[in-house]
Design a protein around this ligand. Structure first.
Ligand code: AMP
Length: 126
């Protein structure tokens, strides 16, 4: 099944500059910005510039250059936030939601980087 991409989704509009965002990092193929409703002291969203709906769409159809850029962008944001455990930071969590069961609200692939507090165990029931 091919994914259809909603070009009017909020992150597509951010990428086109139609609405503002609090930019954290821009790279050739990716953009990182602060989540508008932060769930932790650090809550950054990393998105590819390309029109991908979710993680599996991106992983299966993005170019190697896009995938490498996206992974490096996540690493650079973690570094700039000072949350890398390997560099004395206290750690972080990456989350990506997909589809109905994943409770994905915005249909443009994004990874949440959460940090700055103890995040608790991975999943809650319900
Ligand atoms: P998800 O449920 O994984 O699709 O999460 C979507 C995230 O996008 C939520 O954490 C929202 O707070 C965030 N969000 C929605 N609109 C904006 C916006 N204009 N700027 C930054 N973050 C946003």
């Amino acid at each position: 099944m091919a994914y259809s991409y909603d070009t009017q989704n909020i992150f597509a509009r951010i990428l086109r500059g139609e609405i503002p965002c609090a930019k954290v990092l821009e790279t050739a193929h990716s953009l990182a910005f602060n989540d508008i409703q932060p769930q932790a002291p650090h809550h950054v969203l990393v998105i590819p510039r390309g029109a991908y709906v979710n993680a599996d769409h991106f992983a299966l159809e993005a170019s190697d250059a896009e995938i490498a850029d996206f992974a490096r962008c996540i690493g650079q944001v973690c570094q700039s936030l000072g949350i890398r455990p390997g560099e004395g930071g206290a750690g972080y969590r990456l989350i990506t939601n997909a589809g109905e069961d994943g409770v994905q609200e915005v249909p443009h692939y994004h990874v949440h980087i959460l940090g700055g507090r103890m995040l608790g165990r991975m999943l809650q029931k319900g």
